[in-house]
Design a protein. Structure first.
Length: 148
């Protein structure tokens, strides 16, 4: 039980870090496209500032939002695994993708049609974020398979 909780926390942290990384990189790519100088040092500094800012600086911490989505999606996946015979890694991977998809699609509805996650403003950005959730869920499911 303790290991499952640890895997869940790591999965949530993986998704959060990947979402922040994608958002930071998309913003820096835009700056670079308008001929602003973007260096490796600036990229790392901005990433860590965004990681702290998106989780401690706002009214809704990103890690809490991701945790709530993942908990709901993983719970549904766990229930579905009772009836559907498939690998846990696949089930939880799709659950993680669904959690991020729900966050990306439902947040603008709650905030006057504004994408608060800057990396989710384009279709490509949304797709990459969903892939981040998929990878996080795959990690969680594969850890559960390794236990058995």
């Amino acid at each position: 039980m303790l290991k499952k909780s640890l895997y869940l926390i790591i999965s949530i942290l993986i998704a959060t870090v990947l979402v922040v990384l994608q958002t930071t990189l998309s913003n820096l790519m835009w700056l670079s496209s308008i001929d602003m100088p973007v260096t490796i040092g600036l990229t790392l500094k901005t990433f860590f500032a965004d990681l702290i800012g998106m989780n401690l600086g706002g009214a809704i911490p990103l890690v809490g939002l991701v945790a709530a989505g993942m908990l709901m999606a993983y719970s549904v996946a766990r229930i579905l695994l009772i009836w559907v015979d498939t690998r846990k890694s696949y089930a939880y991977a799709f659950a993680g993708a669904a959690a991020i998809l729900a966050i990306v699609l439902l947040m603008p509805l709650a905030f006057y049609n504004l994408d608060l996650i800057a990396g989710a403003r384009t279709a490509l950005g949304k797709t990459i974020l969903i892939l981040c959730g998929f990878l996080s869920g795959y990690y969680f499911g594969s850890r559960l398979e390794d236990k058995e």
